[in-house]
Design a protein around this ligand. Sequence first.
Ligand code: NAI
Length: 225
Amino acid sequence: MEEKEISPAVIGRLPRYFRYLGELKDEGIERISSQDLSELMQATASQIRQDFNNFGGFGQQGYGYNVEYLYDEIGKILGLDRQHRFIIIGAGNLGRALGNYMNFERRGFLFRGMFDQNPELIGSQVRGVKVMPMEELETFIRENHIDIAVLTIPKASALNVAKRLVGTDIRAIWNFAHVDLDLPERIQVENVHLSDSLMKLSYSINRYEQEQEKTAKKRQTGVES
Ligand code: NAI
């Protein structure tokens, strides 16, 4: 079958489908109609059907989708049917917060190591994982078959550390440092900027307030005329 190019917008929605389906599965729900799924996810049923049609529709038969099948299939598309071993570079506030987050394991992301350049942090632990010195980085990645490096270090250090990672078999970088990384094609990068999300929130507040003002003005003029 010819490979169809899937739009980034559709791919971007898959984790959310996966999350909701995981919750339904945990609640013991076996089937769900696209209508009920759309109400739950506050998306239109037609968007859900269109999204799923990119992957052959996931065989909706009779009443709705089989939740477990859909969950497994979307998981496979997201590559979550296999495990990934990750390390965190930068054992500061953010690195420790991520290391302490248990749910990554549930999705098959295994927290295996933590690195920092600060000698005072070496030997300290996050959920049983020891902080190691940067000198051990390459050897650890090789010996432990690490595929993902999480960068929670300042911008100024990120480029150099990324260069070192290029010399390893690392397959992906989850980049929290505020800098664009120019890496070979074989290394996938996902940039995360929490402040972007916060700015979107600020935009939504603004837009809501402007709408409210407009409605209030309309009402006033309506009353006056
Ligand atoms: P932090 O100062 O608590 O931790 C940074 C850690 O990185 C320190 O332990 C430091 O010793 C270590 N480090 C610095 N250079 C290093 C190097 N070359 N090799 C190994 N370790 C090195 O800072 P925090 O709050 O944890 O933030 C970390 C970075 O993430 C900051 O640059 C911040 O701007 C960024 N950040 C990004 C967010 C995002 O949404 N993308 C959100 C919050 C922070």
